[in-house]
Design a binder for this molecule. Sequence first.
Ligand code: PEP
Ligand code: MN
Length: 359
Amino acid sequence: MIIVMKSTSTNADIQHVLSFLEHHGLTGHPSQGVERTVIGVLGAISPTGAPGSIGGISPAIGGSIEGLAGVESVFRVSKPYKLASREFHPEDTIVEIPVPCVAGGIVGVGGASVVMMAGPCTVETEQQLMVTAEAVRKEGAVILRGGAFKPSTSPYGFRGLGEDGLKLLAKARKEFGMAIITEVMTPTDVAMVCEYADILQIGTRNMQNYMLLDEVGRTQTPVVLKRGMSATFEEWLLAAEYILAQGNHNVILCERGIRTFEKTTRNTMDISAIPLIKRLSHLPIISDPSQGTGRRDLVGPMSLASIAAGTDALLIEVHPNPDEALKDGAQSVTIEQFRDLMPQVHAVSKAIGRSIITE
Ligand code: PEP
Ligand code: MN
């Protein structure tokens, strides 16, 4: 259920509606728009932390809410996800990331400009990370990616340096002023990873790890939620809803390719997800053409296609020597390829009336 407040409603009106909801065992999530406030209503959060059902809200309560001071209208959201829906929040959400190397120190993901996030798939050595960070920063990336806790399909694959990898990322942030995005895999690691990360990445394999979603939802750290490799839009947005329902509204969705019958590419990059998510949701959507294709030669074209389709950021794997990478070398572009791609990224952004934030 969504409560639309009148544009003339006061803070006291809003507080009164929130207390009324609480009294009936419901949770109100206010969202302040330019013109008016809307309040998303969820059933009470259960003791296990799972978001409550909206089905339990009786029509009678809806009717009483309509009579409260400052309330313009009450309507039911037709989608199973509520807080993630466009209906709840008609304006685009902009997730703000602290980035020391840009003027003003903040970068908005989901606003007018496109944000470049780049770096190695996995932090391997200090030298590999620093060389890559310096190079991608020089070309205009403002957010540094690098996995320290890596999901590995094979238990014999490289699983990352763990906290030592996070320490190297912190060092790179200090040196180059970039923000850090890195993956967190378990609820028990969330607090520790938050000490290093500016953005938490939830990987495709964990999109439906509900305890992990709850836990990152209890922080205020921005989260990039990768699309599960076989997830429908509804499942993906319901996963986002878990994070939002816990109170963390800094959620960014990431298209990273889905599994299809095709074997020539690692995944099938679903470019249509970008404009479609923008219709269904107010959350920013970004694009990862590296996992999306699994092929270095396709990263450039898919980056440009993503920008043309409206992506809010690109997340690109770059390695100084991809043939020797411990992970995802085949899909990592070289520093030279990244450099050659940047003018094209600028040109396509300009063609659709957007720019790239680089400083
Ligand atoms: C990655 O970004 O390196 C990664 C493992 O991503 P995904 O979870 O999308 O496979
Ligand atoms: Mn990778």
